[in-house]
Design a protein around this ligand. Sequence first.
Ligand SMILES: [Zn+2]
Length: 211
Amino acid sequence: MGRRIFKLLDYLKESVLQILFSYPSTCIICQEEEEEGICKSCLRSIKLCTEDEYYGYYKGALKELIHLFKFKKDFLAGEILVDMLETKISNISKEYILTYIPIGKKSKKTRGFNQCEYIAKLLSKRLDLNYMETLIKSKETKTQKELSKNERRENIKDSFSIRDKCDIKGKKFILIDDVVTTGATIEEGIKILKENGAKKIKILTIAKSRI
Ligand SMILES: [Zn+2]
């Protein structure tokens, strides 16, 4: 009996190794054969932002990565995005706590996860920073995509609140969002955190977009 199980485990191990090593490693964006992840030419094509708050501009390979992660649940794309954000805050003081912009219950149900929550958790592990769930989306809103700047502000207004028993007084936060267009969502998040006593808030987002 015991030997049979070991033989079976050996067989399974061999099979897994065979799958892993026969699978070609290709670029997640252009499918060029390369190491697993993103190839150098796709990485170089990303237009970086000079501001501390954003990694790059929302187009090309960066937009593709965000879409793969957010809508196709490609967690390798998620890891690559976390690598990128890590470079922006690698020297941040340990006083800062990572938190994120929440999504509504409906979106979480259809998408299955909140990409910003995932990023904040992974960044906290990588950089040994504290992590806290602070905001909740207490009001369902329309998707911001088709709205004008003013409509976006109006749409998102009063849609966040602070989680029950969440004490943020005097604390410093890094607020994570994926794409910032007019800034209406992230500003609303900052407003609620400040109203509830947060001492300082820094923004960290993957991409900056234009309407
Ligand atoms: Zn590529």
